[in-house]
Each structure stands twice: as structure tokens, then as C-alpha cells.
Design a protein around this ligand. Structure first.
Ligand SMILES: [Mn+2]
Length: 317
């Protein structure tokens, strides 16, 4: 990516007066940490800003700075710059209408590591090879020569740790490890991050993990693992991150080419998470066949239907 674009984005930030940071609903570690890192940059530049997110960050991220800036309220008319972090698509910003109908004085900068879905930003940093959105923000800091303080180091490392499941996922590159090491030397607290992001499973989440594991079956013909979670298995307090965590964990099963975790949703749809640890498999091809998309190692889809238990498995109705 062109260094001058990072510089241009920083210039724009410095010139703006009222900035809206946006991250996705039910925010995960990377979504929260990338918003907090950008908040720290704005604070260092004495900018006025709000972090727009429909949901409050879960309590375990309390060690991150600027969480009090998260709000479901904002005055869009006053905003002159919108910075979107980790959203994947315009839809996930929950500001589809506002952003599409924005005035030409309201510019949008996007930082994201999901595959490109749409084209709405004025300046876009969309790097699907980055392990986390905070990894892209690290480049932003470096190119703009912003000194990485303890707050920034904690945010950058939190995004990396949570989005790679402790460096477990294949998205972990040598750059990811190098950045993480540098963040430690800049004061990031690895034990605290681990403690807060990993040892956080509630009893309901643990029981759901148990359901997903006992429902696990292997299709011998395709050497493919499948598990399901019915509507009843998924408690209201379960987060998207809890479920993603299960599919990541189950994909460590030995000798399978991939894994699909299907779960029933309240809206009558079935959501599928696809994972593979096999370097020769591009699981996003299967996701695309089913109308979804994503990364080569982790992707997903949504289809209409519900699950019905039959003799030796389940059927989609
Ligand atoms: Mn992310």
C-alpha cells in the first residue's frame, strides 16, 4: 500500500473538527481495540470525537483506553470525518443510510482486513492479508511517525491476540509476530491481555462449547467435520465472538480438510462458519458456492432454513 495514502489520511484527521469513529455491532476484541487505538491518536491530536457502536464493549476489555467514548448516539450532521474500523462491509457499520447520503464535506476513511465487499470510502485501507485491523493501524502509526505509547501498544496487541486466537490462525504472519514483539517492548501487557480476553468464558458459553463438541460429526467421504448449534443451544448472552471461538477451536481437529459449524438463528436463517487449517484448501470457495464469502482459511455464509434431527445427523428444511 502507498505510504502517501497513510499520510494523506493523517492530514485529513488533523484538519477535521468533529470525528465519528465507527465499529461493528457486538464488537469483538479487534473492533474495540482498533477503535480505542484510533481514539488515542485523536486524543493525542486534541480532537473531538465519539465512537459509534450500537453495543457496549464486553466488560473484559475494561483495561483499554477511551471505552467511555463508546456510544449509540451521535449527531451525524455535525460530523466532518467518519473513520470506519473493522466493519467488513457498509452494512456492518449500521450507518448505511447516513454514509450513503452524506454531504461532500463528510469524508470517510476505512481501515479493515476483511475481503473487499463494497466501495464507499474516500480513503480505504483494506488489507485482507493483515491479521487484524490493529495491524493496519500499526502501519498508520509507523508511516506517520506517531510515537507508540503504552495505550497504543495495548490496543494494537489486543486486536492481534484476539483476531488470531493467540497466534493460532494462519493469518499470523512474521509481520504479526514482529509487531507483537515490538508492542511488548513499548509496554503492552501480554498477561493482562491474555487473562482478559481468553479466560472469560461464562458458564453458558462453556455449555454451548460442549454442545458443539458433542454434535461434531465427520463426513468420511469428504473428510469434512460438521457440527451444529440449534436455536435452543444458543443463549441470548452468547456473543458472536464466543461462536467464532468454537469454530476456530474445532478446526484444530486432526486429519480433516475443513470444518463447518452451522447454527440456527432467530430470524429463520442458518448461519455457517467455515474453517480450515489445511494449506491446500481454500474454504472461501465453498462459502461462495453457498452465497457467502471470506478468507481462504476462515469464511462464512447465511442460508434460509432450519435444522431437523434425523437418525444419524441433521437435515436442513
Ligand atoms: Mn478484525
Amino acid at each position: 500500500m502507498d505510504n502517501s495514502l497513510f499520510q494523506k489520511a493523517y492530514e485529513l484527521i488533523k484538519q477535521s473538527k468533529n470525528i465519528l469513529l465507527v465499529t461493528h455491532e457486538k464488537p469483538d476484541g479487534d473492533a474495540i481495540a482498533s477503535a480505542c487505538a484510533m481514539a488515542e491518536i485523536l486524543e493525542l491530536n486534541k480532537k473531538s470525537f465519539t465512537i459509534f457502536c450500537p453495543d457496549k464493549p464486553p466488560f473484559q476489555y475494561d483495561y483499554l483506553p477511551h471505552l467511555e467514548k463508546f456510544s449509540a448516539n451521535y449527531n451525524f450532521n455535525k460530523v466532518d470525518l467518519i473513520i470506519i474500523l473493522d466493519c467488513g462491509s457498509l452494512k456492518r457499520t449500521n450507518l448505511e443510510k447516513e454514509i450513503s447520503e452524506r454531504t461532500k464535506n463528510q469524508l470517510v476513511i476505512e481501515f479493515d482486513h476483511h475481503p473487499k465487499m463494497d466501495n464507499y470510502a474516500d480513503i480505504e485501507f483494506k488489507l485482507s492479508e493483515a491479521a487484524s485491523t490493529t495491524e493496519i493501524l500499526y502501519q498508520f502509526l509507523k508511516i506517520n511517525k506517531i510515537k507508540i505509547n503504552k495505550n497504543l501498544a495495548n490496543c494494537i496487541l489486543t486486536g492481534i491476540i484476539t483476531d488470531t486466537a493467540n497466534f493460532l490462525y494462519p493469518s499470523t504472519s512474521s509481520q504479526t509476530i514482529n509487531i507483537s514483539s515490538e508492542m511488548l517492548s513499548k509496554g503492552a501487557k501480554l498477561p493482562q491481555i491474555m487473562e482478559n480476553t481468553k479466560r472469560n468464558k461464562s458458564l453458558t458459553a462453556m455449555k454451548m462449547w460442549g454442545k458443539a463438541m458433542s454434535n461434531l460429526k465427520i463426513n468420511k467421504k469428504y473428510n469434512f467435520a460438521v457440527s451444529i448449534l440449534s436455536k435452543e443451544d444458543i443463549d441470548d448472552n452468547i456473543t458472536e465472538e464466543d461462536i467464532e471461538g468454537i469454530s476456530g477451536f474445532l478446526s484444530n481437529l486432526e486429519n480433516v480438510s475443513g470444518l463447518m459449524l452451522l447454527r440456527e438463528q432467530k430470524d429463520g436463517n442458518l448461519k455457517g462458519s467455515l474453517r480450515t487449517s489445511n494449506n491446500n484448501v481454500n474454504i472461501s470457495q465453498l462459502a461462495r458456492l453457498l452465497g457467502g464469502g471470506g478468507h481462504a482459511k476462515a469464511s462464512g455464509f447465511t442460508i434460509e432454513g432450519k435444522l431437523e434431527k434425523i437418525n444419524n445427523g441433521w437435515k436442513i428444511e
